[in-house]
Write a protein that binds this ligand. Sequence first.
Ligand code: ZN
Length: 130
Amino acid sequence: MNLFDEPYWQYAEAGELRLQQCVACASFRYPPAPICPECLTEEHDWAALSGQGSLLAWTVFHRQYFPDIPVPYLVGAVVTAEGPILIGNIVGLPAADLTHGMPMSAVFPPSTGSRRLCQWTSRSSLEHRT
Ligand SMILES: [Zn+2]
């Protein structure tokens, strides 16, 4: 966490996935930064992302780093539909079901710790849950 990402966490608390977007050139800034790395503009919006993406890579953590998160757990890199690559927990399906490029959706389960986290699940597992 840094000086510039507090709005990210406030939106996440409300279940919204938003990233800094430059008002001049529309590029996303992730991680959040004081100026646009593309055009050096300071002004930005916190643009809502679609919450859709595809799975780029993943791994299983067997070592416990956080008391709130029991092991083993899955962490993946998801290429969002808008372009930025986000890292987050993968929930709702086992590692054996993951495939490269599978469609993923952002979810914001209720917080068990100090922050509500953007996590990812497969789009098909969301559609089957009614
Ligand atoms: Zn820019």
